[in-house]
Design a binder for this molecule. Sequence first.
Ligand SMILES: [Zn+2]
Length: 95
Amino acid sequence: MKIRGTCTRCGRDFLVQQVLESQGHCPWCGKPFQPSYTAVLAEALQQAEAAGSSLENALEKLAGMGPALTLDEDSVLGQARAHLERLRQAEKRTP
Ligand SMILES: [Zn+2]
C-alpha cells in the first residue's frame, strides 16, 4: 500500500516513503510535520503503510476464497475512518 498525504503548510502531496527519507519532514517545504515528534511520526506513517498492506492482503485472500461470509465494513475500518477524520479536522486548524 502506498499511502499518500498532503502537507497542510505548502499544500503539496507526498508519499510516506518520501517522509521516511526526509525523517518526518515535508519533502517539498522541508518543515517538520510535528516538530516534537518527527521520529515517532515517521515511524507511525511507516506502520500505517505496512499495516494497510497486511490488511489489504488478508482481505484479498478472503475475497479470493469465495467464502460464505461477509464482513461488516465499519468493524474493519470504523476506528481507522474516525482517526483519519480527526486528521482532517486538525488540518483545518493549521494556519
Ligand atoms: Zn510542505
